[in-house]
Ligand binder design. Structure first.
Ligand code: BDR
Ligand code: CA
Length: 311
């Protein structure tokens, strides 16, 4: 099994990522860490604990950075609501937040594990990961891979050029791409293929458990905001794709390239500049996700939700 630390900001699609990580037999969820992103770190941490309660996930949850390294904080209530996970009733947490800071949890787990066995899966702004690199640089050679949701090579969603997780903390994102570890970029070009269509929502509803009811409410709210704000007919469940790839790398294809984050553009700050044709002559630092197997993604997700529902 693949051991992962999920660093997230739940967040509707983050919540689904947590569930797949806990419910898929090919993945071992070591811990959940949280970072300010879709909402404040207090709110997203509380959401993570509620998701653990409803899904029966019993792993440490540690709170991390309250804001980006350099820039003013950015949150996304237009997409995720005031709580960061609007829609369903959020159950009372069943476990307390871990006493460690997320950055210390990441460092401790990575340094304690066999080298090359822990995969970091960031699905929010990259602040915690950048701070962990700065505090304990040896994690970079010990981590197996970073599989991050962020960026895109043809589009943005917060600006025409920039995706939310990257523009929310571009300096942190650039540090992660530039790190000497393997990085998989699961950007908007990929995640906009991961639509929770009515057929998908139907399949989840058919599980018929309190958890599947919760997920249907999550996807219904997410569907409404994505329709209103971005004009989508079905919501793209971005963060889920990172965990899906860890479980089964055949769920999407990748292409290697040099990727850098624009930090000084007037209109393009936060863009993930992706050099597929080696125009810049830089060494490749990223495997960029290209084509999704939609059926495979939702089969494994429905299976994981059914497994969690069975307890
Ligand atoms: C990303 O931003 C957040 O709103 C989602 O949770 C996802 O991680 C998509 O741009
Ligand atoms: Ca997220």
């Amino acid at each position: 099994t693949e051991r992962i630390i999920l660093d997230c900001d739940p967040g509707h699609d983050d919540a689904l990522a947590m569930m797949l990580a806990a419910g898929d037999p090919r993945v071992e969820l070591v811990a959940v860490t949280t970072c300010a992103g879709n909402q404040t770190v207090q709110k997203v941490t509380r959401n993570a604990l509620s998701v653990c309660a409803v899904a029966g996930i019993d792993v440490p949850v540690a709170a991390g950075a309250a804001g980006p390294l350099v820039r003013p904080q950015m949150v996304a209530p237009d997409i995720h609501g005031e709580s960061g996970l609007d829609g369903p009733v959020l159950p009372e947490p069943r476990r307390a937040v871990d006493p460690r800071h997320a950055v210390d949890l990441i460092i401790e787990e990575v340094m304690a594990a066999e080298p090359g066995t822990i995969t970091l899966v960031p699905t929010g702004p990259l602040t915690n990961i950048a701070l962990a690199m700065a505090k304990e640089p040896r994690i970079v050679e010990r981590v197996k891979r970073v599989v991050l949701m962020g960026g895109g090579y043809t589009r943005g969603n917060r600006t025409p050029a920039a995706e939310f997780n990257i523009i929310a903390d571009p300096e942190a994102a650039q540090a992660v791409f530039a790190g000497a570890w393997p990085v998989t970029m699961v950007g908007l070009d990929l995640t906009h293929q991961a639509l929770a269509t009515p057929e998908v929502v139907e399949r989840i509803a058919a599980i018929g458990s309190p958890l599947s009811d919760f997920v249907v409410e999550v996807l219904t709210f997410f569907g409404h905001t994505y329709k209103e704000v971005q004009g989508f007919d079905a919501p793209p469940v971005h963060d889920l794709c990172c965990v899906a790839w860890v479980a089964d790398p055949e769920v999407f294809t990748t292409r290697s390239a040099f990727v850098a984050v624009e930090l000084t553009g007037t209109w393009t700050t936060g863009m993930t500049v992706t050099d597929f044709t080696d125009l810049l002559g830089q060494a490749h630092n990223t495997d960029v996700a290209i084509d999704l197997d939609h059926g495979r993604l939702w089969d494994m997700t429905v299976d994981a939700l059914a497994a969690l529902s069975a307890g």
